[in-house]
Design a protein around this ligand. Structure first.
Ligand code: ADP
Ligand code: MG
Ligand code: ZN
Length: 609
């Protein structure tokens, strides 16, 4: 039954009950008329009275026409005497059915008590309802202090085999599993058991997953809470929730207590950002107190996750607290392949699917991204009415995860298409013509997300270091679109603006951060980095205006150099550029092999950037 019908039914029932109660009190609509005794005698003499019931002093009178009346007799004398005194006709009185109702004590008292008892009962029920309502409210208020600790289901246990890669993390955590399983072995040796382990890594790298795997492997309950839930509007709630969470975990020991996003409360105290929140500090203090309060053999291990270890309060990291740190990195190519394999389980893949190639195409993807990729591929295959997932769907899904869904429907004019083709062709040709540039994987003039078209070039292997020459090659390639438009159409579109922005930023970083300009091996400006996110929070200028203009000069020089390289390449290979652009206009997308085939006849020799 829907809520609405339920409510309506309740409303109707309530109305009926209320009207019944009212009619009880108000009595029947047709009130019996009240006669005085003289009138009664007159009526009896006229033969209009059928019956008189005497009930104490009350006379319930029924007339011959069926109507009812009441009258009151005098208390001291009997009914017959009273009527006689008033001159009733004896014969007429004989015809009246005169009854004297002998009131028993019970009836008497019932008559008096029924009304107030019923009233009290109704008031009582009303109060009971109101009280119940209020009580749930009160309970909710009390619940603020309780944690929203979630206990993970035994059914969806995960194990280390469900976690691909992350070898170091697993090695570190196997010890924890061992301890939870045979604590005595460690205690006998007088070893201090780890209490807190901090899992650090970018979002989606499997911090939650690996923590759950520890619980799964040790076969203990897994309690999950996000530190952001500790912090509520009311001061003091966080601390009491913390106490509650630890209490629950201790009661279930041996157990794992997982605190996600610990940076939400564990931020360095007194660090400027966001102002010092009392509530956060209290919660953090409470966590520290709880962890210090563990006995040597408390078998609760606290795992905490963060992607901002750089901002954590050092107090959290002291011995006896989160003194072990496990770093979870983004997966490399082998790990990516392994993660894809795990998420391909239970899905049917076509025989020619090459997960290694998918892995090669997805550097920088986190485990969560890869899981998402697999799912997108499965959805795409289902949409194409296929029974299994094919390589094209996988590659398509990879791009979708990077760039957002393809927007085939965006109408572009022929002229726009031509401009985009030359623009992307310019990027691709420059990339193919400078040494140290990453190979072009795909060129497309189908718009995606915000990009009008795109040229995808990826390093053939995972890179951790980049050289100045590689940056120069990147800069030249970024300029390729702009230069190509200028050379071909003698005009420049807004399509190049994002390239120019990125190129300018890269050039500036080369100068102020990497010491890759004529200004030499100096770093300018003081920046604070968000460790994994690679963003700069603040940029303090610690150089003079004169140096500032020198920096600008160097940035400009780098950009102009890149521009000139791109121009030189595109001018010398005009025919190749035209060929690429024409093929793009026709096919819209060139995969790596197609692109290389188009370029092959031109026998381009890469030059240094
Ligand atoms: P985090 O907590 O670090 O943000 P999660 O543990 O929530 O990341 O990971 C999200 C999902 O990504 C997991 O549920 C899992 O499906 C997938 N995933 C991440 N890393 C891995 C991995 N190493 N192996 C297998 N799956 C992974
Ligand atoms: Mg997580
Ligand atoms: Zn571009």
């Amino acid at each position: 039954m829907s809520n609405l019908t339920k409510n309506i039914i309740w409303a109707v029932i309530t109305l009926i009950v209320i009207s019944l109660v009212f009619s009880y009190f108000v009595g029947p609509q047709t009130q019996p008329k009240t006669l005085n005794l003289d009138q009664l005698v007159a009526d009896i003499n006229a033969g209009q009275v059928k019956q008189i019931k005497v009930n104490g002093n009350e006379l319930d009178i029924t007339m011959t026409d069926g109507s009812a009346a009441i009258a009151q007799k005098e208390a001291e004398s009997g009914i017959s005497d009273t009527l006689k005194n008033l001159g009733v006709n004896q014969q007429a009185l004989q015809t009246v059915d005169l009854q004297v109702v002998n009131q028993s004590g019970w009836q008497f008292w019932a008559g008096i008590l029924v009304d107030p008892i019923l009233t009290l009962l109704i008031i009582g029920i009303l109060f009971w309802f109101m009280f119940r309502q209020a009580k749930t409210g009160v309970n909710q208020a009390f619940n603020f202090g309780r944690s929203n600790l979630k206990l993970s289901n035994v059914k969806d246990r995960v194990f280390f085999k469900d976690v691909a890669g992350l070898r170091e993390a697993k090695e570190e955590l196997i010890e924890v599993v061992d301890f939870l399983k045979n604590p005595q072995k460690f205690l006998d040796l007088g070893a201090r058991i780890p209490r807190g382990i901090l899992l650090m890594g970018p979002p989606g790298t499997g911090k939650t997953l690996v923590a759950r795997a520890v619980a799964g492997e040790s076969n203990v309950p897994f309690f999950y809470i996000s530190a952001s839930e500790f912090v509520e509007m009311f001061v003091g709630v966080g601390a009491s929730r913390t106490r509650d969470a630890f209490m629950q975990a201790k009661r279930a020991a041996p157990a794992i207590l997982f605190i996600d996003e610990i940076d939400a409360v564990g931020r360095q105290r007194g660090a400027g950002m966001g102002g010092g929140s009392d509530e956060r500090e209290q919660t953090l203090n409470q966590i520290l107190v709880e962890m210090d309060g563990f006995d040597r053999d408390t078998r609760v291990i606290v795992l905490a996750a963060t992607n901002r270890p750089d901002i954590l309060d050092p107090a959290l990291l002291r011995p006896g607290r989160f003194d072990r740190r496990v770093i979870l990195d983004l997966p490399d190519m082998n790990d990516r392949e392994a993660i894809l394999k795990i998420h391909a389980e239970g899905k049917t893949l076509e025989k020619d699917v090459d997960l290694r190639r998918v892995a090669a195409r997805t550097p920088g993807f986190s485990g969560a991204d890869l899981a998402n990729l697999m799912n997108e591929a499965a959805i795409a295959s289902a949409r194409h009415n296929k029974k299994s997932i094919g390589q094209p769907e996988l590659l398509e899904a990879a791009e979708k995860v990077i760039m957002g869904p393809e927007r085939k429907s965006r109408v572009i004019s022929q002229k726009e298409k031509e401009i985009t083709a030359y623009h992307e062709g310019g990027h691709a040709l420059v990339a193919a013509s400078v040494k140290d540039a990453d190979p072009v994987q795909k060129v497309s003039i189908i718009s995606r997300g915000f990009a009008g078209g795109y040229t995808m070039k990826l390093p053939s292997e995972d890179q951790h270091l980049k050289t100045r020459n590689q940056f120069l090659a990147d800069l030249s390639m970024m300029m390729g679109g702009y230069v190509s438009e200028k050379l071909t159409f003698g005009d420049i579109s807004t399509g190049a603006s994002n390239d120019l922005k990125e190129a300018s930023e890269l050039a500036r970083r080369m100068v102020v951060k990497y010491g890759m300009s004529d200004l030499g091996p100096i770093v300018f400006g003081k920046t604070e980095q968000m460790m994994f996110l690679g963003q700069e929070i603040s940029n303090e200028k610690n150089y003079s205006e004169r140096v500032a203009s020198e920096i600008d000069e160097q940035v400009r020089k780098l950009l102009m150099h890149a521009h000139d390289i791109a121009e030189k390449i595109l001018k010398t290979h005009k025919a190749a550029l035209k060929k690429i652009a024409d093929t793009l206009i026709e096919k819209e997308v060139l995969e790596q092999d197609d692109f290389n085939a188009v370029l092959k006849p031109f026998k381009i020799k890469p030059i240094a950037a």
